[in-house]
Design a protein around this ligand. Structure first.
Ligand code: PLP
Length: 426
């Protein structure tokens, strides 16, 4: 063996996996079991008391899921990861470790519509208060910090318009405030951006999108960067204080630079219960093996299609950070030099009606609410994913009434362009 560190594509295929020790199976088996036999009573007690690592029950951990966790931790450059049932479950589990009732977290205004909903309404009933800031105005994050701020949440590439967030600048604000920076890296995937390299403390994903990549399985994951000191000032009692559930151990003291991932598992996943099915973990692992190939092709296709649309007479504007003329192009060159992602928006001169008409005429593009599939997808955010927002908030989050969102797949770009041409022209 050479002492070379494996590259990204090698990790995408191999990290976390080895031939099955009992059968020799080369693909990671689906360990479709709820529970695992203990060696003896002492072994059982040590697993329950967190004195030993091992499998107990699939709600808390599963060997198929463990391969997925190790692989995504390796791709993101984190110390450990925890797989959960969906991207939204990942967000709940992360914030449960950080927030007490009455606490605040600051979130970028440009987010996936479902996250805006979850933060505004569902989290309010837990007493977790979201304070919005503008990712294009770093000072707005600074102004939002109060003594009750416990975290900052942003997307690396923001839904729906594919805008690029200045992760390093916002991480500086988080450092100064003494709170962790959480980055939702769903739209970029670690192939395009590794937020931990730019100062993120926690990375979350909807595995449902580019990592799984085939539009067939829901999943979410939390990656611990191992960078944050949870012990200061009693601000994060879930991590720093003795846990009555586990004979009074302190997670940060016991688990050091992967304490956050452990907290998410043993306090979050165990008690809230959003476990990922090992079958879904298998599907997503299989998807991740081709992530670098898919993502590159999707970015290349997206750029060609954005250029085509920018030159079309029916199109008013295209928002794609990969275009040299785009206001996020500078940030794209810095953070995502391989490509600016495969999700972007454009607006039509004909407004809302033209958007609705376009969606109905497209044949190769599927009209549905998802991104990051091998297939190309289209949606009108204002009437669907962002419909819960008022008009001003729609415009602020990049989902005005005339905006159409595309997620570009791995088909031949000439076929995608031909489909858009017939739908725009007819
Ligand atoms: C889809 C999505 C989520 C939510 O993930 P689910 O797996 O659908 O729960 C969160 N963030 C972003 C950016 C997404 O695209």
């Amino acid at each position: 063996m050479s002492d070379r560190l494996p590259g990204f594509s090698t990790l995408a295929v191999h990290a976390g996996a080895q031939p099955d020790p009992t059968t020799g199976a080369r693909a990671t088996p689906i360990y479709q079991t709820t529970s695992f036999v203990f060696n003896d009573a002492d072994h059982a007690a040590s697993l329950f008391g967190l004195q030993a690592f091992g499998n107990i029950y699939t709600r808390i951990g599963n060997p198929t899921n463990a391969v997925l966790e190790e692989r995504v931790a390796a791709l993101e450059g984190g110390t450990a990861a925890l797989a959960v049932a969906s991207g939204h479950a990942a967000q709940v589990v992360v914030l449960q470790q950080l927030m007490q009732p009455g606490d605040e977290f600051i979130a970028a205004r440009k987010l996936y519509g479902g996250s805006i909903n979850q933060f505004t309404h569902a989290f309010k009933s837990f007493g977790w208060n979201v304070v919005w800031a503008d990712p294009d105005d770093i000072a707005s994050f600074e102004r939002a910090v109060t003594p009750r701020t416990k975290a900052i949440f942003i997307e690396s590439i923001a839904n729906p318009a594919g805008s690029i967030t200045d992760i390093e600048a916002i991480s500086t604000v988080a450092r100064k405030a003494g709170v962790p920076l959480i980055v939702d890296n769903t739209l970029a995937s670690p192939y395009l951006i590794r937020p931990i390299d730019h100062g993120a403390d926690i990375v979350v994903h909807s595995l449902t999108k580019f990592l799984g990549g085939h539009g067939n399985s829901l999943g979410g994951i939390i990656v611990d960067a191992g960078t944050f000191d949870w012990s200061t000032g009693g601000k994060y009692p879930m991590l720093s204080e003795p846990r009555p559930e586990y004979h009074g151990i302190r997670l940060q003291e016991t688990f050091g630079n992967f304490a956050f991932a452990i907290a998410c598992r043993v306090l979050g996943l165990r008690d809230l219960g959003p476990a990922l099915s090992p079958f879904n973990a298998f599907m997503i692992l299989t998807g991740i093996e081709t992530l670098p190939l898919r993502m590159q092709k999707q970015c290349d296709n997206a750029k060609a299609i954005a250029e085509f649309l920018a030159g079309h007479p029916a199109v008013a504007s295209v928002s794609y950070a990969g275009l040299a003329s785009d206001k996020y192009n500078q940030l794209a060159r810095k953070y995502a030099p391989r490509g600016a992602g495969a999700v972007f928006t454009f607006s039509l001169k004909g407004g809302y009606d033209a958007g609705v008409s376009l969606v109905s005429k497209l044949q190769l593009f599927s009209h549905l609410a998802n991104v990051g599939d091998t297939r190309s997808l289209v949606i009108h955010p204002a009437s669907t994913t962002h419909s819960q927002l008022d008009d001003a908030a729609k415009v602020k989050s990049g989902a005005g009434p005339d905006v159409v969102r595309l997620s570009i797949g791995i088909e031949d770009k000439e076929d995608l362009i031909a489909d858009l041409e017939q739908a725009l022209g007819a």
